[in-house]
Write a protein that binds this ligand. Structure first.
Ligand SMILES: Cc1cc2nc3c(=O)[nH]c(=O)nc-3n(C[C@H](O)[C@H](O)[C@H](O)COP(=O)(O)O)c2cc1C
Length: 170
């Protein structure tokens, strides 16, 4: 049984930066959700907002790692139109039977993060063991280390209290 898998979607690398730093801080494996269709330009932006608002499930590449192999799965998404990103929604819908315990984080321009984390928890049908919302400008300025360390510390405490062999998720 491995301990922590961080799964994230990122269109412009902000969420990717946080996911990578968090993986380094807690020795986690990383899985990037890959779109099958590019989201560049204004049409990609508008399509992303529309899909997020509609709750559309989109095509994503098959996952490389099995979340059932991990005691904790941490899910990270950008906020799109006050919702989770469409690729993250698709990943959760595909993989949620395999989650044991979850943590959640999001990055955003400025608002909507708490509602997004709440919607993700609802979609997983689980309460997160840790969560954080970060603003894009703080991530880009490297002004998010306190929040990141606190999130990683919570995970470390939980990991040390987690038995090596864990029963299959229900
Ligand atoms: C389609 C779209 C809609 C967005 N809607 C919001 C929003 O409702 N609230 C917000 O604070 N930021 C919003 N943003 C900004 C992103 O959440 C923010 O830039 C995020 O950090 C980008 O992460 P990424 O680089 O990992 O894709 C939106 C961005 C896109 C592309």
């Amino acid at each position: 049984m491995k301990l922590v898998l961080i799964v994230y979607y990122s269109r412009t690398e902000v969420t990717a930066k946080v996911a990578t730093a968090l993986a380094r801080a807690c020795g986690a494996d990383l899985e990037r959700i890959q779109d099958l269709r590019p989201r560049t330009g204004i049409s990609g932006f508008l399509r992303s907002a529309w899909q997020a608002l509609r709750g559309t499930a989109v095509d994503i590449a098959p996952a490389m790692r099995n979340p059932a192999d991990y005691a904790f799965v941490i899910l990270g998404t950008p906020v799109w139109a006050g919702r989770m990103s469409a690729p993250m929604r698709s990943y959760i819908l595909q993989q949620r039977p395999h989650f044991r315990r979850i943590g959640l984080f999001c990055t955003m321009g400025g608002s909507g993060g708490r509602d997004v984390l709440s919607a993700m928890a609802d979609l997983c049908n689980k309460l997160p063991v840790a969560s954080m919302c970060l603003r894009q400008k703080d991530v880009l300025a490297d002004d998010y280390r306190v929040a990141l360390t606190s999130f990683a510390d919570e995970l470390t405490v939980l990991q040390s209290a987690t038995p090596v062999a864990v029963a299959k998720p229900s």
